[in-house]
Design a protein around this ligand. Structure first.
Ligand code: FES
Length: 425
């Protein structure tokens, strides 16, 4: 199975020999910055008196190449991220080399799903639609302005930050922004990495705030929605998509269809460090099954493992093959850890796992994409966050038991705020 899901990397990227000659991550980022944001928002005027708005809502996700020409830049950044793929001291050297070596093959995979990842299209749509709802259900923090910040593809975090400045946030004008992770289940490899990146650019562009000290005057006031694995709206959206797919089976067989929830795997070294992701994915699965009244048998399995080290299993592809071999040929795959289609659903599940099963009973539930129930859930989550006035969840203040990263420590102290910085250990 290819390693292209949570980390969007095909397995071959790590298993094949690399060669010299990759383009630098810096030049890649520069080109990406020049492309700019697709989400254009009008300038806003900061007026803190009498209103809590405007509010910037920033969707954070890993992103993906929108065209095959962007694949190498995407892979270069991805392999340069030590939070995601720890490659040691030579990370910035080895990463681009692996990326360059793999670009051609991955371009073909993106070509086979329509020429690029749809994640930018869906993220921008979801965020814009959510902000419209939020204007109605949280008028006191309106207007809400949509932004997208991807970790490895345009629009990058620094591009988003500069757009905030251009739109009247920060740079002496203050204003409020919410970093809203689009990974429902928290992992230090995903949401943690995006927050590390946001913290880095915030410090570069607005000046460092000493831990325990006060914010520089006129800086953006950040808060974070860092996880929402069992929110009722998310659960409802997943459940409705599963029910829609179940209806395609004959009624007499419907309750025997096995539901296979598939999430991106993690290396066991990350799991054993204390990462909360496996428990949070399991929480989503349990909540969805509860909503479905546990009518069907189900399992949680993990996709996209790569390389020789131990990863969290059982693997999705092996699970499907094994059940089909035993005669259980009615299976629905449910991508449970991503909020829109991406190469891991459109290529890995559809063109590999389901294709290889070679049985019409093996199907996939639709991804959340433009699902209105899901977009309403996003708006409800954001409204609740704004009303509570919290900076981040209590859970985010606790570092993994095995974490030795000063970057994690600094980032968490920053987002926890002055009042709760001392909770971060
Ligand atoms: Fe989890 Fe640092 S690795 S908090």
């Amino acid at each position: 199975m290819a390693f292209r899901s949570l980390f969007a990397i095909p397995r071959q990227l790590l298993t094949e020999t690399t060669s010299l000659g990759g383009r630098s991550a810096f030049s890649s980022q520069l080109r990406c910055n020049q492309r700019g944001l697709a989400t254009v928002v009008p300038p806003v005027t900061q007026n803190a008196t009498g209103s809590k708005g405007p509010t910037a809502i920033v969707f954070m996700n890993m992103g993906g190449p929108s065209t095959t020409d962007e694949v190498e830049d995407f892979l270069s950044r991805l392999f340069a991220d030590g939070d995601l793929i720890p490659l040691g001291r030579l990370q910035s050297y080895i990463g681009p080399l692996i990326a360059r070596r793999r670009t051609s093959k991955i371009q073909k995979q993106y070509a086979s799903i329509g020429g690029g990842s749809p994640i930018r299209k869906w993220s921008e749509y979801q965020c814009a639609e959510m902000c419209k709802l939020l204007d109605k259900i949280s008028p006191e923090t309106a207007p809400h302005k949509p932004y997208v910040a991807f970790r490895y593809a345009a629009p990058l975090t620094e591009t988003m930050y500069k757009q905030l400045f251009a739109d009247g946030f920060g740079n002496g004008k203050g204003g409020r922004a919410v970093a809203f992770t689009q990974y429902p289940q928290y992992s230090c490899s995903t949401t943690g990495s995006s927050l590390n990146e946001l913290w880095k650019w915030r410090n570069r562009l607005e000046g460092k705030r000493p831990n325990g000290g006060s914010e520089p005057a006129g800086a953006i006031q950040w808060s974070v929605i860092d996880r929402w694995p069992s929110h009722s709206g998310l659960v409802e959206a997943f459940a409705q998509n599963i029910e829609a797919q179940l209806k395609t089976y004959p009624e007499e067989k419907r309750d025997q269809v096995v539901l296979l929830f598939s999430a991106h795997s993690l290396p066991m070294s990350v799991v054993n460090r204390g990462d909360t992701y496996p428990a949070e994915v399991a929480a989503t699965v349990h909540a969805v099954m509860q909503r479905l009244k546990f009518k069907n048998p189900y399992r949680l399995c993990w996709q996209s493992q790569v390389g020789p080290s131990a990863w969290l299993g059982a693997q999705t592809a092996d699970t499907v093959q094994e059940y089909v071999k035993r005669g259980q040929t009615d299976l629905i795959l449910i991508p449970i850890a991503f909020t829109s289609d991406h190469i891991e659903t459109l290529f890995e599940l559809d063109q590999e796992v389901i294709h290889d099963a070679n049985n019409p009973g093996v199907k996939r539930a639709e991804s959340l994409n433009g699902n209105p129930v899901f977009i309403q859930a996003l708006a409800d989550i954001a409204r609740d966050h704004l009303q509570k006035g919290e900076l981040c969840s209590t859970q985010m203040t606790l570092r993994c038991q095995g974490c030795t990263s000063e970057r994690c420590l600094g980032q968490k102290k920053f987002f926890a705020g002055q009042e709760h910085a001392s909770m971060v250990v």
